[in-house]
Design a protein. Structure first.
Length: 335
């Protein structure tokens, strides 16, 4: 019995350490250490031995098994992964087509906003923000639109329920970014040059150029000698740079806003005699300056509120504003 074990050990070690590649090693491992291998056979045969020999033989067989197993593990570690791959133990088929990694991309409105911000920043404007849930005061009254004023009908409003009944002030989803003008002037002394981008909401029917939720970029410039000429120069420079076209056609139409005087509407040509209204604008009404704590006898300014979605529609030739909000990848993947 003892000599059998010695022989098994010697031959096993030779087969394992002499294996030239992974295939041979696997074969040697199976032959000596496998479930139906030589050592397992030896253990099976123990039951035929007299009881007094069985224990000692079992211990020796165990020691041989451990020695062979250690030799096997050591040798296995020597073989490189490539070698194992070669015989297919870990198969990587380099000819298989790879899995495409879809990269994310920026939403067209984000692209347009970033570009607009960069152009205004290069002209000395800072970027300011205000809340989307506004009070009636900032959205309307401070902008010279008291409750009884018919101009309130220009902005169909989502009014919100005030949870705290002690607070009597009415709240709403802001209908435009103009409240940021007032909030900013309350905290900062002129001269002022800001843009204020953000989401606005209107309770109105949607169509190809109207959404209930869209984006505006407010602009405000206040200084000692600001006139409509400054306004025109800034707006024209912006559009020329934004559309990368010195011949871009802009039309200023006289209009009415309670918070500007005089007021304009800015249209941009879509070609073939078609125009798209892009922004409302005007010289800041002295009452708005006063409501925000600015001395209107010393300071004047202009303001505008530009539809960011419409800016993107013209830039990318998109004919329906609703596409921006449908999250359809066939649309979004074009940008
Ligand atoms: C205003 O909201 C004024 N606050 C703009 C302003 C600011 C005037 C500062 C004077 C001084 P208006 O309602 O016209 O104005 O909206 C401004 C722009 O927002 C429009 O020219 C248009 O480009 C865009 N806009 C308006 N309603 C919608 C809508 N439902 N969907 C998409 N864009 C819209």
């Amino acid at each position: 019995m003892g000599t059998d074990l010695e022989k098994i050990k010697e031959e096993g070690l030779l087969a394992i350490s002499g294996a030239q590649d992974f295939l041979f090693l696997e074969e040697a491992g199976r032959r000596y250490l496998g479930k139906k291998g030589v050592i397992a056979d030896f253990f099976d045969g123990l039951k035929d031995l007299p009881a007094e020999e069985r224990r000692a033989a079992g211990q020796k067989a165990n020691a041989v098994k451990i020695t062979l197993q250690e030799a096997y593990d050591k040798k296995r570690a020597q073989f490189t992964i490539e070698e194992r791959q070669k015989i297919g133990a870990e198969k990587i088929d380099v000819t298989m087509p790879g899995q495409a990694v879809e990269s994310g991309r920026l939403h067209p409105l984000t692209l347009v906003l970033r570009e607009a911000e960069n152009i205004f920043k290069s002209m000395g404007f800072e970027v300011a923000f205000g809340p989307e849930v506004e009070t009636e005061w900032y959205n309307f009254d401070a902008l010279n639109i008291p409750e009884w004023h018919p101009a309130r009908d220009m902005w169909d409003t989502f009014w919100l329920k005030q949870g705290n009944t002690k607070n009597k002030e009415k709240i709403l989803l802001r209908t435009h970014t103009s409240p940021v003008q007032v909030r900013y002037m309350e905290k900062h002394k002129p001269p002022i040059r800001i843009i204020a981008p953000g989401k606005v909401f209107r309770y109105e029917a949607t169509d190809a150029s109207h959404e209930i939720q869209f984006h505006q970029v407010e602009g405000l410039m206040v200084d000692e000698n600001i006139s409509v000429a400054n306004f025109k120069a800034i707006v024209e420079t912006f559009f020329q740079r934004f559309f990368d076209n010195k011949n871009i056609k802009i039309r200023l139409r006289p209009s009415y806003f309670p918070f500007t005087e005089p007021s304009f509407e800015i249209d941009v040509s879509r070609g073939e005699g078609k125009w798209l209204e892009l922004a409302g604008a005007g010289m800041v009404h002295p009452k708005v300056l006063t409501a925000a704590g600015v001395d209107s006898s010393k300071w004047q300014g202009f303001a505008f509120g530009m539809g960011l979605d419409r800016l993107a529609m013209i830039k990318y030739k998109i004919n329906d504003i609703r596409l921006f909000y449908q999250n359809d990848l066939r649309f979004l993947n074009q940008f």
